[in-house]
Design a protein around this ligand. Structure first.
Ligand code: T5A
Ligand code: NA
Length: 211
């Protein structure tokens, strides 16, 4: 079997709104960097690109976009970052990514619209790099609400978030690590650091190609 090259790890964080993804991503990247690991924090949607600006305008209800069309924009926002993402991984940089295609599928499929089922939602992301690990921060809607209620953005409603969670759970695969996000910030971070160290080491040994 051909020896694969050492590379950075591709770690994705998923979970419903307010599960603590951004908090944990930030802490994990700082920890990895302090350990001497080349690591960057990425997030989707990336609201800085032209496509990302359209998405931001939709999420903040400044514009209305057809549900199928906005789904394709979220996917296009990942495709436009694909080359840079692969380049970084091959250069040896570990990417800690706050949401990815699973959010894309979960949020559109949760709308329950005719024709926009999970298979339709997954199609535009087919061919994007697959993460080495998905850290799923698991929190019930009630626990999330206890964190001060949702914000003002489009999808931040209890009933909808329940449907999003169902969609996430239906996509759980072998690369997923489910973490109880109701624990303290530090307790969660400790577990994530241990899991991330193993994934980073595996990729540095060069035993697995980017999926
Ligand atoms: N979306 C996204 C799609 O529809 N399609 C797609 O393809 C993609 C990629 C924006 C929206 O876009 C949708 C999904 C979203 O609705 P976003 O910008 O990632 O996505 O959303 P944000 O609003 O920035 O983030 P979230 O609401 O998801 O919150 P996080 O990042 O999970 O949580 P965080 O870390 O900001 O923490 C929330 C609060 O809880 C506290 C924090 O201090 C903060 O106040 N907290 C804790 N409190 C107690 N215990 C803990 N362990 C805590 N951890 C954090
Ligand atoms: Na966030």
């Amino acid at each position: 079997m051909a020896q694969q090259q050492a590379r950075g790890a591709f770690i994705v964080f998923e979970g419903a709104d307010r599960a603590g993804k951004s908090t944990q991503c930030q802490m994990l990247v700082e920890h990895l960097q302090a350990q001497g690991v080349a690591a960057e924090l990425w997030r989707f949607p990336d609201r800085t690109t032209p496509i990302g600006k359209m998405i931001n305008s939709y999420l903040t209800s400044q514009s209305d976009i057809d549900d199928a069309a906005v789904h394709l924009l979220f996917s296009a926002n990942r495709w436009e970052k694909r080359e840079e993402l692969l380049r970084k991984l091959h250069e040896g940089t570990t990417l800690v990514v706050d949401r990815y295609a699973y959010s894309g599928v979960a949020f559109t499929a949760a709308k329950g619209l005719p024709g926009l089922d999970r298979a339709w939602c997954m199609a535009p992301d087919a061919g994007l790099p697959a993460p080495d690990a998905v850290f799923f921060l698991c929190l019930t809607v009630e626990q999330a609400a206890a964190r001060g209620g949702y914000g003002e953005e489009r999808y931040e409603k209890d009933e909808f978030q329940r449907k999003v969670l169902d969609q996430f759970h239906a996509m759980r695969g072998s690369s997923w690590r489910v973490v109880d996000a109701s624990q303290s910030i530090d307790a969660i971070q400790q577990q994530l650091r241990e899991q991330a160290a193993a994934v980073v080491a595996r990729c540095q040994r060069g035993t697995s190609p980017v999926g």
